[in-house]
Each structure stands twice: as C-alpha cells, then as structure tokens.
Design a protein around this ligand. Structure first.
Ligand code: MLT
Length: 414
C-alpha cells in the first residue's frame, strides 16, 4: 500500500491566491456583464513589461544556444559565476558576502519552502501573524506542526503577533517566554503589511538569534522598494548576522521576473546548525548538496537576463519600474487615508495594508470590493488570524488601473 504524507491533510483550504482566483472566476461566471470591469489588485504580480536591457540579454543568450561554439547544456547547479558575482558586486559590495555564498534559483517561493529540507525535526518555528502563507504551509507539509485550530493557527508554531500597536513589526519574544525559537521567518519589507524594520529592530532580532542559537530566514524579496535610506535592505547590514541568518532575494518584483523566474539565497559559510550529535555543520554545505541533487540550475538565458538587471541600462530601467509601482502605492495609500481608513505600508513597500471599514471582516470586504466595485483585493485573514479586519491592496498595476481603483474606492466607501 502506497501511503501519503498525511501532513498535507492538515492544510486549511486551498492556497490563498488560487482560492481568490476561484472566487473571482465564480463571480465573473455569475456576472458576465461585469467581467470586463474587473481590476486585479490581489496577488502581487507585476504588470509592466520586462526591461529592454533584460530582453536584449535574453535574446542574445538564446542566439548563443543556436551556435555550437557557444551552446550551453547543464549549467552549474548553484548558478553561473557571472550572475553570482554581479549580485555580490551590486547588492552586497560592502557586506562581506562572497559569490560562492550565493545560490541562484527559480524563485523565492521555492527557496523559502525548499530550505526546510536541510533542517531537522523538532525545531521551534517562529512565524509572524499575518505572514506570507508559504512559510506556514511548507512547515505543515514538512510535519513541523500539529493540527490547525478553528482560527487556522497550527499547534507547535510560535506565532509572533503583528498588529497596529507594534506597527506590524514582530517583537522579539521576552526572555521569560516558555518557548525559544530555533528558526525565525522574517520578511522585510513585509508581505503582506508593507511594514519595514528599523536597524534597531533588526539588531534586536540578530541579538535574540545569537543568544538562543537560532537561525533567521530573512526574506528580502521586496528590498528594492525601500525608499528610506535609514532602513536596512539586507539582514547582513546588521553586525553578527553572518553567523545567524540567511537571506532570500528575488528578481520577480524589481526586474519583473514573476513569469521568467529567477531568485537567490545567500548562505554565509559561517552559518551553522547542530547535527543529532551536536556537531556544528555549515548550512552552506547542506544547501549546496541539496541544490546539486534536486535542482539543475535556472536556465542560462534567464540568468543572463537577471545579470542585465545590474547593467547601467538595466539599473535605470529597474529604477523606473520601482518608481512607477511606488507611485501607485502612494496613490492607493492616499486614497484610503482620504476616506478615513486605517492605513499601513505603501511607503517602502508595494503593498498597502488597510483596515476594513464598518467592522467588516476581511472576506466580507473582499466580497464587497468585488461585488460592488469589481476590484480584487487580498483579505487580510488569508495571511493569518491577526490579519482579520484588514485587506491588502497590491500596487502592481498600470497607473490607469490604480487611478480607477482610487475612484471606485471613493464611491464604495464615501
Ligand atoms: C503575493 O501576492 O503575496 C505574492 O505574489 C506572493 C509571491 O510572491 O509568491
């Protein structure tokens, strides 16, 4: 008898974004006359065309594949040197990271999920609430949790509540807390709330991790959207982080690669975990082994395109994309504020996190926005029970659509 991984049976409902897509499809089938009016501000998917610097580099790479002299088959599993070096030179120049500490992949969603392969059982996993659902669901799949309660909280996880009072930045657990975290997922700029952590807040997390021999899994996929020069862009800007953190970054949201797929993890060689016998083992070595066994590398044309993000032309074009999306975020933020709504994020992040009006629940607000304004948002409760009463608007859209959303919000809520 072939048995299954029964941990999958603990998962609540479907994954958030397919569930939203399902509801939108049901709505359009029931209201075909409204289908053309729908504006999608749910999933954070880029809308603007791929920068020309990236496209040109990818075209050239494809042409290389058409010539025996320059043809390339399997590439290095950890990524081509040209891209790893470009990442270090452009993103980590003064942070003491070397090119062989960078692992190229096909996305941060996969990386943040797959990383659990190299960690043992029994770790106490700290997760913020609200949170990017991938961190929770992959821990459920890996058997690191018990069952979910009626609010969707899984037994065994250490939830760090984020709320208006703490500005949606998780506080370090007190020294007296009964549980000490072993693995800590932090995401800044935050998905879904758009919150950013100050240097002092990140220093407190690094100090906690070092004091408790914990590891921070730092998701910096939205780093490029930070506008405030005082806000750290990398966990490695914090002293001591090399010994207690790894960092996930992506080309999805800055370079517009959600459909092209390219990302990377930085694992310092000094970062270790304990084996069953207590021996300290570099995580770099384990991830390298895992990557070589289960992954054959992102494709050559994609890596060439990613490297072009760091060319002079590419940097300029990416800056324009960021400016465009952050201009959208500002408009959405201001529209919500002018309606007297409680608003977070949207200043250093492409997500605006908004309190639902009139005591509506997150899904009630979702239904209202879809049914009355034909705007798709993401219900806050989809990111965890602490997200209840909020909704997230994504700024990834055309300017015309964002202006239209602002207008429709006014009619809906005024
Ligand atoms: C989101 O909408 O939260 C993102 O698109 C998720 C992702 O990047 O996987």
């Amino acid at each position: 008898m072939a048995t299954i991984n029964s941990n999958f049976l603990k998962l609540k409902a479907g994954y958030l974004f397919p569930e939203i897509a399902r509801r939108v499809k049901a709505y359009t089938e029931a209201n075909p006359d409204k289908a053309g009016r729908i504006i999608r501000c749910g999933i954070g998917d880029v809308t603007e065309p791929l920068p020309s610097a990236v496209r040109e580099a990818m075209h050239a790479a494809i042409d290389e594949q058409g010539d025996r002299a320059t043809f390339k088959g399997y590439g290095p599993e950890q990524g081509y040197e040209f891209l790893r070096q470009a990442i270090v030179d452009n993103q980590y120049a003064s942070l003491g990271i070397s090119a062989d500490e960078v692992f190229i992949s096909d996305g941060s969603k996969c990386d943040t999920g797959n990383i659990l392969d190299i960690f043992g059982k029994g770790n106490v996993i700290a997760i913020t609430d609200p949170v990017y659902p991938v961190y929770v669901d992959t821990n459920v799949m890996a058997g690191n949790t018990g069952d979910a309660d009626e609010k969707g909280a899984y037994a065994g996880l250490l939830y760090l509540e984020c709320n208006a009072a703490n500005g949606f930045v998780a506080e370090v657990p007190s020294e007296k807390a009964d549980k000490k975290a072993d693995l800590i997922y932090l995401c800044f700029p935050n998905n879904p709330t758009g919150a950013v952590a100050t240097r002092a807040q990140l220093e407190a997390w690094v100090a906690y991790a070092k004091a408790n021999d914990a590891i921070i899994l730092f998701d910096a996929a939205y780093e490029a959207f930070i506008q405030d020069p005082e806000i750290p862009r990398s966990i490695f800007e914090i002293e001591g982080a090399r010994d207690c953190a790894m960092e996930f970054r992506s080309f999805s949201k800055n370079g517009g690669f959600t459909g092209i797929r390219c990302a990377y993890v930085v694992i310092p060689k000094t970062l270790t975990g304990a084996s069953d016998t207590g021996e300290r083992i570099p995580l770099h070595q384990l991830w390298s082994r895992r990557h070589s066994t289960k992954f054959n590398g992102a494709s050559y044309p994609v890596q060439k395109g990613a490297a072009a993000v760091f060319s002079e032309e590419g940097k300029q074009q990416v800056a324009e994309l960021i400016e465009h999306y952050m201009g959208n975020a500002k408009l959405l933020r201001e529209a919500c504020l002018s309606l007297g709504l409680e608003v977070f994020g949207g200043i250093n992040a492409p997500y605006v996190w908004v309190g639902c009006p009139d005591g509506l629940t997150s899904w009630e607000m979702f239904d209202k926005m879809l049914g009355e304004a034909q705007v798709v948002i993401t219900p806050g409760s989809g990111f965890g029970s602490a997200g209840e009463g909020y909704f997230r608007i994504s700024a990834f859209n055309s300017r015309a659509n964002v202006l239209e959303v602002c207008e429709r919000l006014k009619t809906l809520i005024a």
